[in-house]
Design a protein around this ligand. Structure first.
Ligand code: HAS
Ligand code: CU
Length: 567
């Protein structure tokens, strides 16, 4: 009898010692510094891309380092969209749950993740720098890259899955000690994000291991471009939520407190994450509305499913706007919008995240246009699409992480933020630069300016003949890029100024975990959302139901295309 009782009774878990926490901080710092270094290189190359559209061809001055616009574009996309995000997100999603649960993560696995990701990054970087792999970040076969590149990317993707096991193990340990209790919110969000990513990565993982790697190693001579693209987009859509959801962790679980308030509802946050998980997997083919070989019936179904993916972000918009309003009113804001001006705008971390949210209103609205099959035909493969993703991953994700770094770096290093003022300038310039870019890019896209085109290499009169009518928009694209780059310069002054700055005992700020107005206690919604294994299975079944009819004709009518190295 007593044995049964002691089995069910809550167990006391060993909390990590100060030395162990210091080790975890070093681990997270390694992930963030590596990620932000990659971003610095990516941003520098970004200025070349935006100048290209303004008609300024800087590539001739960069020989022999960058051979072509397409090499630059590949590096810009891979470093920013994969390397920066995967490093920062992997560290972030292991460290925060560890602090929330007050448990020690499996540090061996955490460091192994880092090492594998670094090796993969170096291999892929080699393949890009030697100009053997200018295949763009979407790796569209039959454009052919080197084995260094594909194998490197494969390792990076494999590494990015490992944090899931670190988080699930901590969650299981915590659940054994707290039987019947709901997973605390940050851990719930992290586990959901990483489970979503596990299923998402199956597409690109299969593409890499069965198509791209053997092809680049010379084991196969041809490739099926349609199959490769479809596998890529299996991952390529949900990857955008792998970029978004870790930012949402801060927006839901930390920002309300930083803004002086509380999160309105914990169960609604869980619902948003669960819906992002379930809805984002089956809709990858909305990137292929113009591809042949996919049934129009599927394209219609995917349009409807994609529109539903906006629902969790709309839930987020209302929940967070209300949480911010609550914070602003507690800080003395009066009247209809007084709460808005009463937000702590002088705090660069808050300013960055709120500005990121503002940009995401436009990024999200553009996404809803893309989601609609008919409207997408107008904007697909135009500059509209990069404009859309510079307001989502370029601003929403990146600016939130910049904002987080303003408290996280002092938290990790015990050093003072180098300059709050410079930090504020950097986030405003980044926001204004990318909003300018975004506005002009959408405009130029609607006028039919193609994306991924080395337009500045055309003779001037030909460039003007083709794009003269939309030249003002393209010049604004270039100006937006420069403003954002100035913001980045200030940002990195703050970043390195903090890393190498003064030690200050007060700098070691605590993680601003928020309180809730409505907690998940007694919430049916939170209970239904809790069994993550079941939700993973449900999502997988729905995804297969949508994808089996997509893949079937491709597998029964394979295409065999030889590879091309164009640039
Ligand atoms: Fe997207 C293409 C559809 C969101 C990234 N997307 C891309 C590409 C990237 C990307 C990188 O359906 C290009 C890929 C390539 O290279 O070809 N996208 C959507 C939809 C959403 C969406 C429906 N995208 C994102 C996010 C991304 C991202 C997030 C990165 C992080 N996207 C598409 C489609 C395409 C596409 C098609 C293919 C197009 C083509 O032709 O190739 C939705 O998830 C968006 C929902 C978002 C909202 C906004 C909610 C607003 C919030 C802010 C509230 C503000 C507050 C502040 C609280 C509905 C949460 C208070 C303010 C006050 C004023 C009170
Ligand atoms: Cu998508």
């Amino acid at each position: 009898m007593s044995a049964t009782l002691s089995n069910n009774a809550p167990r006391i878990l060993a909390t990590p010692t100060a030395g162990e926490i210091a080790g975890e901080k070093t681990m997270l710092l390694a992930f963030w510094v590596t990620g932000f270094l990659a971003l610095a290189v990516g941003i520098a190359i970004g200025v070349l891309q935006s100048s290209n559209y303004a008609g300024i061809n800087l590539y001739p001055y960069l020989q022999p380092f960058l051979k072509s616009y397409y090499q630059g574009l590949t590096m810009h996309g891979v470093l920013n969209a994969y390397v920066f995000t995967f490093f920062t997100i992997s560290g972030w999603l292991m460290y925060l749950p560890a602090r929330e649960l007050k448990l020690k993560p499996n540090m061996g696995l955490a460091w192994f993740t880092y090492a594998l990701m670094l090796i993969g990054t170096l291999m892929a970087a080699y393949g890009m720098f030697d100009n053997s792999s200018s295949v763009l970040y979407t790796m569209y076969a039959p454009l052919k890259g080197s084995a260094w590149f594909y194998l490197g990317i494969t390792l990076v993707v494999v590494a990015s899955i490992l944090p899931l096991f670190v988080v699930l193990e901590m969650r299981a340990r915590w659940k054994r000690a707290n039987p019947g209790q709901l997973t605390p919110l940050v851990t719930y969000m992290s586990a959901t994000t990483l489970l979503m990513w596990l299923l998402a990565a199956l597409g690109a993982g299969t593409e890499a291991v069965f198509l791209l790697d053997p092809w680049a190693l010379g084991m196969t001579q041809t490739i099926d471009p349609l199959l490769a693209r479809t596998l890529f987009w299996w991952t390529g859509h949900p990857i955008v939520y792998f970029w978004l959801m870790p930012g949402y962790v801060s927006i839901y679980a930390l920002l309300p407190r930083q803004a002086g308030g509380k999160l309105i509802s914990d169960p609604l946050a869980r619902l948003a994450f669960l819906l992002l998980f379930v809805f984002s997997l089956p809709v990858g083919t909305h990137h292929q509305y113009t591809d042949p070989g996919i049934s129009p019936v599927i394209k219609g179904i995917v349009t409807a499913l994609t529109l539903s993916v906006a629902i969790p972000s709309l839930i987020t918009a209302f929940t967070i706007a209300l949480s911010l309003e609550y914070g602003g009113r507690r800080r003395g804001g009066k009247g209809l919008m007084g709460w808005w001006t009463a937000l702590p705008w002088k705090d660069p971390s808050v300013a960055a995240q709120v500005l990121a949210l503002v940009s995401f209103i436009f990024g999200g609205a553009g996404g809803i246009v893309n989601a609609s099959w008919q409207l997408d035909n107008v904007v697909h493969n135009t500059l509209w699409i990069p404009a859309h993703f510079h307001l989502t991953v370029g601003t929403m994700t990146t600016l939130v992480f910049m904002g987080v770094s303003f408290w996280l770096l002092p938290h990790l290093t015990g050093r003072k933020l180098y300059s709050s003022k410079l930090a504020l300038w950097s986030v405003w310039l980044w926001f204004l630069g990318l909003m300018t870019w975004g506005f002009a890019g959408h405009w130029a896209g609607m006028d039919g300016v193609p994306r991924r085109a080395w337009v500045s290499s055309l003779p001037h009169d030909q460039y003007m003949q083709l794009y003269g009518a939309v030249h003002p928009a393209l010049i604004i694209v270039g100006i937006g890029g420069v403003i954002a780059a100035l913001g980045a310069v200030l940002y990195y002054i703050v970043f390195f100024g903090t890393l190498f700055g003064q030690k200050d005992s007060k700098a070691m700020v605590e993680i601003p975990f928020t309180e809730y107005i409505t907690s998940s206690e007694g919430s049916l919604l939170a209970r239904v959302a809790e069994p993550l294994g079941l939700w993973t299975l449900i999502t997988f079944v729905i995804t297969l139901a949508v994808y089996i009819p997509v893949f079937w004709p491709m597998l029964t009518h394979p295409i065999h295309a030889p590879g091309f190295v164009l640039w």
